[in-house]
Design a protein around this ligand. Structure first.
Ligand SMILES: [Zn+2]
Ligand SMILES: [Zn+2]
Length: 451
């Protein structure tokens, strides 16, 4: 499935897509043949991207040196808002605590396309040795910690700001509206609401109403800088946590018939839960995992305890399958317990939903991403078991999320420090690809490419 494609060939492919079947195929186009409207737009976009690149690098290093934890992105927010105002955007701040939403109305009417980047850093003490490495400290879970953009959200922000700059320069040629979304707290903040879920609740997808949304993540896989990978449907997992309390009736371990034994019931539930994925779900649709991670109960060898507490995690890649598994886990636990005269109470902590790439939108925008990728290009990668709160936007509007490779050329995938490592150091050579990718998605979508 991997394929690499030169930029020149990809530009010609873009020509073919817009002019349709009646036009010359890409290989048949003569040098000097009249350029299509889309060619002109792409050429303008690429020139603009080249000229904003030095600013993007400066922004990235500044943001990298000043990371802030989730829901505390105060400096970051002010910095982004100021840049967006300078670029001529209508800017709204304070969305979901520190979020920034900015709107650019194009020269002609048309749909609304949204581009999103996350703003938060992690409680990690940086060990990259970079000249602009973070020296920031913060409070996390009541402890003092180092703070670092160890997930690459500094890349995401500077890339999106670069794309916003490119789009502002192309404003008169845009048929529709661009909405730039800077979102706090993607990594989650213990005990605090935040991130995409709150942004959606606070109306980020309304006024003007968003028709399609795009976002990217750097790294995740150790592909070389400029690579672009994604897949239709579930790209990243939903991760849900469940807790089960099995209640029996305490009695003497020598006379179990005088009570109800929750330990035996819990053991049966563990085995029963393993049949949800292996016997009850169509695994040809997507993979899934049900894990029991903890079991606690009992105090003495000769006492049958009153209750047993269990917890575990469920990972799924398909929203329908997720619902199905959650209901079957509950049903299995409750009915096994009831068969023994015990009860099982299940509580679910819903994690981020499946990061769902709308299949039609993904197919439609694939040529746009293929045009700008410089390393590996793969439109049908395997899903990953990490989660991402971009998924909340994808629940409401057609969305497409993709991975941007940031490993330095020649890096060993086995030893390269990945996201969340204190040595995570993405290659800035990927910045230009990121800017061109987000700007192209917006420009091509508004131009109606592939529609
Ligand atoms: Zn992360
Ligand atoms: Zn991240």
């Amino acid at each position: 499935m991997h394929s690499t494609r030169s930029v020149a060939a990809a530009v010609l492919l873009g020509t073919f897509l817009v002019t349709g079947a009646a036009a010359q195929p890409p290989t048949g186009q003569q040098p000097g043949a009249p350029a299509t409207t889309l060619d002109v737009l792409h050429a303008r976009l690429d020139r603009a991207a080249d000229s904003v690149l030095p600013k993007v690098v400066t922004w990235r290093r500044d943001l990298h040196a000043h990371p802030e934890l989730g829901n505390q992105e105060v400096r970051t927010s002010a910095f982004l808002a100021e840049q967006l105002r300078t670029l001529g955007y209508e800017v709204r701040t304070g969305v979901a605590t520190t979020g920034v939403v900015a709107v650019l109305r194009g020269g002609k009417p048309g749909p609304v396309v949204a581009l999103r980047a996350d703003m938060d850093a992690l409680p990690v003490t940086e060990e990259t040795g970079l000249a602009f490495a973070s020296k920031e400290r913060g409070q996390y879970n009541g402890r003092e910690v180092g703070v670092m953009h160890a997930c690459g959200h500094d890349f995401h922000m500077s890339i999106l700001l670069g794309a916003a700059d490119v789009l502002a320069r192309m404003r008169d040629g845009l048929a529709g509206t661009v909405k730039i979304v800077f979102q706090p707290a993607e990594e989650g903040v213990p005990g605090e609401p935040g991130g995409a879920e709150v942004m959606v609740r606070e109306g980020v997808l309304e006024n003007p109403k968003v028709d399609a949304m795009f976002g990217l993540h750097v790294g995740i896989t150790p592909l070389e800088a400029g690579s672009i990978t994604f897949r239709p449907k579930g790209l990243m997992a939903a991760g849900d946590t469940y807790r089960i309390v099995v209640k029996g009736r305490q009695t003497h371990g020598a006379m179990p018939w005088a009570g109800v034994d929750p330990i035996v019931v819990a053991a049966q539930i563990v085995l029963g839960l393993q049949t949800v994925v292996s016997r009850q779900i169509d695994l040809t649709t997507a993979p899934a995992v049900v894990t029991v991670g903890t079991i606690e109960g009992g105090s003495r060898h000769n006492i049958v305890p009153d209750e047993v507490r269990m917890s575990g995690t469920i990972r799924t890649f398909d929203p329908e399958m997720r619902k199905e598994i959650l209901s079957r886990v509950k049903r299995t636990a409750e009915n096994i317990a009831s068969a023994a005269g015990a009860t099982a109470e299940l509580t679910l902590d819903e994690g981020y939903p499946v990061t769902w790439n709308d299949p039609a939108l993904t197919e439609r925008m694939t040529p746009s991403l293929r045009r700008v990728a410089t390393g590996t290009f793969n439109a049908s990668v395997q899903p990953t078991t990490t989660s991402e709160d971009f998924s909340y936007y994808g629940q409401k509007v057609p969305a497409l999320y993709f991975f941007l490779g940031v490993a330095p050329k020649g890096a060993d995938p086995a030893t390269w420090a990945a996201n969340h490592s204190p040595r995570f150091s993405p290659d800035e050579a990927a910045l230009i690809t990121g800017v061109r990718a987000l700007a192209s998605l917006a420009v091509d979508y508004l131009a109606g490419v592939g529609k």
